[in-house]
Design a protein around this ligand. Sequence first.
Ligand code: KE4
Length: 422
Amino acid sequence: MDTKSKELFEAAKRHIPGGVNSPVRAFGAVGRIPRFIASAHGDRIVDVDGNEMIDYVCSWGPGILGHAHPAVIEKVQKACQNGLTYGAPTENEVILAELIAELVPSMEVSRLVSSGTEAVMSAIRVARGYTKRDKIVKFKGCYHGHSDGLLVKAGSAALTTSVPDSAGVPSDYTRNTLVALYNDKASVEALFQANPGDIAAVIVEPVAANMGVVLPEDGFLEFLREITAKYGALLIFDEVITGFRLALGGAQEYYQVQPDLTTLGKIVGGGMPIGAYGGKKEIMDMVSPVGTVYQAGTLSGNPIATAAGIETLRILKEDTGIYQRLAANAERIADAVREAAGDAVCVNQIGSLLGVFFTSAQVRDYKTAVSSDTARYAEYFGYLLDRGIYVAPSQFEAMFLSDAHTTEDVEFTCSMIKEYFG
Ligand code: KE4
């Protein structure tokens, strides 16, 4: 039953584009009315019609501890008593920057912003300022937020031409964005050979989680580290999803590959709007007011968001057993899908991230990801939703686990998945 969601959706569409403040929330890819959420605690979310669901979206990643974690809420409520924002430096920002540097050693110096998009656009600007080069390399199927220069995908000319995949982005803004293929070393090599001395940076999701979940093949990340160093380009790990999720130190700890710059979002804010970018002091000293790369933000590092971020990272730091628990639950679900669906689906899982692709191909890149049957995924989504299980409303997103997912809820999820594939 979704009466109230339907009413709210109609009202929302009168004053908000598509009725949502972020496109994926509109459930367009799955052909259902989006559920308007009223509350969330632990691994459950409750919509405005009172439907309680087990949540595997976790707000697209921030919710690694589960919703409304008491200690985080307590810190946020306490911070609110002292005002919401000052537009001036605070102790919390020092504490969070120190925590980031401790947990992600490559981020010796970092700057807080208010979203992952802002973190990525700023890191790209720093890379260009530091190398005095204009071109950047991204990978088809990787998403790095909605800044103009990154809203591109390879055109039919494949790797070396890029056309904007959003209206309103002048082609001039994307001519410096080159597109390679994930897990395809030759495609990266070709771009460097065609643009020697012009590439400022390669930006990559160390685990791609925006074309569904696609893992880096052995040696791919190490290859990116080597080729960027060889050509004097910077390596940027976009860890907005993987940061503090794949390990306490993110994908760079998990894979033991150290980038020059890292972008963070989601978990670093504990559910409040925080993004961050950072790297070696030598590079980050490019950033104003020290250096000549300008970047600013009214609410950057505000006391409420930093209170949530600090408490979240503190809990993760104190209980690293969480990563084994998260992986065990994700593996349990991945195995259940494989067992039930056989070779009708490809399941990619790493740590607490998993992706279920309706294709018999082994999904290793954009091409194999888009070979999936999205209509079948929509049916799978609806079947689970109707039984109180809320997974991503798009084939090309990830399923997220939190530390609040109970064994009982994971087992129920597995039983419903098995019933679906029946
Ligand atoms: P935000 O600006 O949405 O905070 O972060 C952008 C971003 C940057 N880098 C990566 C790897 C990301 O996954 C994201 C945003 N992720 C999407 C989910 N795939 C956010 C959900 C949404 O767009 O509503």
